[in-house]
Design a protein around this ligand. Structure first.
Ligand code: ADE
Length: 230
């Protein structure tokens, strides 16, 4: 899968991609991420990427020309046939595991990170396929949101997470939160690992985990257990 990130601050991504699973995914060529600085597509001596809003008011608006030029350049340079352009904005639909699964199936994603107040509306009208928010709060820019998308999508690519089972057992893969996990030591400061987990009886262990997952979901996220007809 290829992800093209359009941002004014490509350096913000460096550390995130240099560690752990994302690094491994990139090293193993499972994930190809490229960064484009929107400023490189701006014109004039000052390479302006934003301007004052028509109609007045505070704040700045990201100009359409550099963003259109950048996307057109990426599409032509990489011969993309059906890229999905995603704009990270608090106005988008709220990101979740289901949306991540859909996006992970795409061949090429172009992630547009906004800054300042907003992008010129014509970017939305003619360039953007999907708008995604990572939650009901306002970040200073779309970069952190793009990193969240990249991280969640990357771990769905087969081979990125070492143990494929851990993806299918994840919170939100099933509409259940995860069950409790334990590792050694068996007794830590008087807190014991549940007997069933050391019983060696895998049928019992599976049942216990399923029950714990249901219990935990009921307590913490009962909304996940509601079906559409309820
Ligand atoms: N840009 C600013 N806030 C955001 C949010 N909550 N989600 C996605 N992009 C954003």
């Amino acid at each position: 899968m290829r992800i093209f990130v359009l941002t004014l601050f490509p350096e913000m991504f460096t550390s995130v991609l240099a560690h752990s699973m994302l690094k491994r995914a990139i090293d193993k060529n499972l994930l190809d991420i490229r960064f484009y600085n929107i400023r490189d597509f701006a014109e004039g001596k000052h390479k302006m990427t934003d301007d004052v809003p028509y109609g007045g008011g505070g704040g700045m608006v990201m100009k359409p020309e550099p963003i259109f030029r950048a996307v057109e350049h990426i599409v032509a340079a990489h011969q993309l046939t059906s890229p999905v352009v995603v704009y990270l904005t608090p106005q988008g639909r709220t990101f979740n595991q289901q949306i991540a699964r859909e996006l992970a199936l795409k061949q090429d994603l172009i992630l547009l990170c906004g800054h300042y107040e907003e992008v010129d509306e014509r970017v939305r009208m003619a360039l953007v396929d999907q708008e995604i928010s990572i939650g009901d709060y306002v970040l200073t820019g779309g970069e952190l949101a793009a990193m969240v998308l990249i991280d969640v999508i990357a771990r769905m690519i087969p081979g990125v997470v070492g143990n494929e089972q851990s993806i299918t057992h994840d919170s939100f893969y099933q509409p259940l939160l995860d069950y409790p996990h334990y590792t050694r030591p068996q007794n830590f400061r008087g807190m014991q690992v549940p007997e069933v987990l050391i019983s060696g009886n895998h049928k019992k262990i599976d049942e216990w985990r399923q029950q714990e997952a249901i219990q935990r979901t009921k307590q913490r996220r009962p909304d996940l257990l509601m079906t559409n007809d309820e």
